[in-house]
Design a binder for this molecule. Structure first.
Ligand SMILES: [Zn+2]
Length: 478
């Protein structure tokens, strides 16, 4: 294939030749007689975007769920109407809501759900991922399962308010797992120009690694994946091709810290050292100043390894930036949370901390490696909305959350262009690179003006088209 007249961010349009999954030539090229020619007509051609922090299975599951967050429900009435409609539908299946936050209708409980959905079983997940609220019809369905599975019925008696904390595994067992639609999730991401994912689910195990390999082999998962997860997540699943040759690789050991339940500092330090000894980098979930301070102390003691990362770094006061830089840590941030959650942050967080939230420019100026991921399904999976938010720092209600942290469009785009293994180093088109590419619907000045409106017209992974849209693109097939 030859992509002709591809726009760049700087310099004249170029022609790019793709053969056997790789970029084999860049410049002013003449089409070979046997070659398919795509005329990009100046549209911007980029290396495919990598989402450096996502939870693919949960994202796929969320596609069948009802969004219950403030971004989609400006008030309690909107959410109640949406749920009521589903209760009136003909199905008796579970209704599954996700992304709930108390700014919509307060601390909802079983009684609130019953008033809205008296008939069908309903469960709603808080956007922290840690709380499920279940209605009476749902509890009855669970009670039946409990009896079938011989578990203590005390489980249900205890939960008179229908609120279950950290009970994912138990509830999953009782409700039963539906296989999520990975193919649909992968297609949606491909339409955003995403060709690689770093799956950051802490519970990822060797069994999950095998599942990802199978999805890739079956062709339902088009993106390459770097899979972070447990310390015990092994490189191999048998029988399987050798690791690395199917686009699925093992990444960092993920640590999930909770402020109210921090491990002893020695325990964290030892766990980090032991991951390093096994050749694995670490990725530590830090959404508060305390968690970040604590993690940096442990990393100072344990030492750091290339590839060590801080996930979110949601609250990063200035005095910690130098340490992040000195320890050569990469911060993987979510600018989309400024857009999606910024209005809550403005009311819930102390004003003096607003400038420390999901920082952009401060990290760059301190020399801290910075990359971004959507954290879907907890954030919107569209990276272009995150890029827009990194540029304008605008919340959904239009407030600007810390103008000093805005990034220029090119730097915001670069947050998604790093290699999966080195997320803070943006890729550029080079001869020999895998042909993971996306062709946007405009030239660079257009894209830079409104990154949130970008709709890629073509996405390729290893030279294979995984997304095709947009009329008026000239393609000549020999
Ligand atoms: Zn996450």
């Amino acid at each position: 294939m030859l992509i002709r007249h591809a726009g760049q961010r700087q310099g004249p349009d170029i022609d790019v030749r793709v053969r056997q999954g790789k970029v084999t030539a860049i410049g002013m090229l003449t089409p070979d007689p046997d070659e398919q020619v795509v005329d990009a007509a100046g549209k911007l051609l980029l290396p495919g975007l990598n989402d450096h922090h996502i939870h693919l299975r949960a994202f796929a599951t969320s596609l069948d769920s009802i969004p219950c967050g403030p971004d989609r429900n400006p008030d309690a009435g909107t959410l109640a109407d949406r749920l009521r409609d589903l209760d009136n539908a003909s199905s008796d299946d579970w209704i599954r809501g996700v992304g709930y936050h108390e700014s919509v209708a307060g601390d909802i409980d079983r009684a609130w759900l019953d008033r809205v959905v008296p008939r069908r079983p309903l469960r709603i997940q808080h956007r922290s991922g840690r709380l499920w609220v279940i209605n009476t019809a749902g509890l009855r369905r669970l009670a039946a399962a409990v009896q079938e599975q011989g578990e203590a019925t005390a489980l249900l008696a205890e939960q008179a308010d229908g609120r279950f904390f950290d009970a994912d595994a138990r509830l999953g067992r009782l409700i039963g797992h539906r296989e999520p639609d990975i193919e649909r999730a992968s297609r949606i991401l491909a339409a955003y120009g995403v060709t690689g994912l770093c799956d950051m689910t802490p519970a990822n195990s060797t069994a999950d690694l095998c599942r990802f390999r199978q999805w890739r082999r079956d062709g339902i998962l088009r993106q390459r994946v770097l899979l972070a997860g447990r310390h015990t997540l092994a490189e191999h699943c048998t029988p399987s091709p050798a690791p690395g040759d199917d686009g699925i690789a093992v990444g960092a050991v993920k640590f999930h810290l909770h402020d109210h339940d921090l491990p002893a500092l020695d325990t964290l330090t030892d766990a980090i050292a032991s991951a390093h000894a096994a050749g694995r980098a670490v990725a530590v979930h830090c959404v508060t100043e305390v968690a970040l301070l604590y993690t940096l102390a442990a990393l100072e003691d344990a030492g750091t390894l290339a590839g060590d990362r801080i996930e979110h770094a949601s609250v990063a006061p200035g005095h910690l930036l130098e340490t992040l830089h000195r320890l050569r840590l990469t911060v993987v941030t979510q600018p989309n949370f400024i857009r999606e959650r910024g209005d809550q942050y403005r009311t819930d967080m102390p004003a003096n901390e607003h400038s420390w939230l999901y920082r952009g420019r401060a990290f760059v100026e301190a020399g801290v490696g910075l990359a971004a991921g959507s954290d879907a399904p907890f954030g919107d999976a569209n990276p272009w909305l995150a890029i827009q938010a990194a540029v304008d720092r605008r919340t959904l209600r239009g407030h600007v959350l810390t103008a000093a942290e805005t990034l220029p469009p090119a730097a915001a785009l670069d947050l998604f262009l790093g290699d999966l293994a080195t997320p803070a180093v943006p890729r550029v088109l080079t001869v020999g690179m895998p042909a993971d590419l996306c062709l946007l619907d405009g030239n660079w000045p257009n894209v830079a003006r409104h990154p949130g409106k970008v709709r890629p017209v073509r996405t390729w992974v290893g030279g294979v088209p995984v997304h095709e849209a947009g009329d008026g693109l000239d393609v000549i097939t020999p």
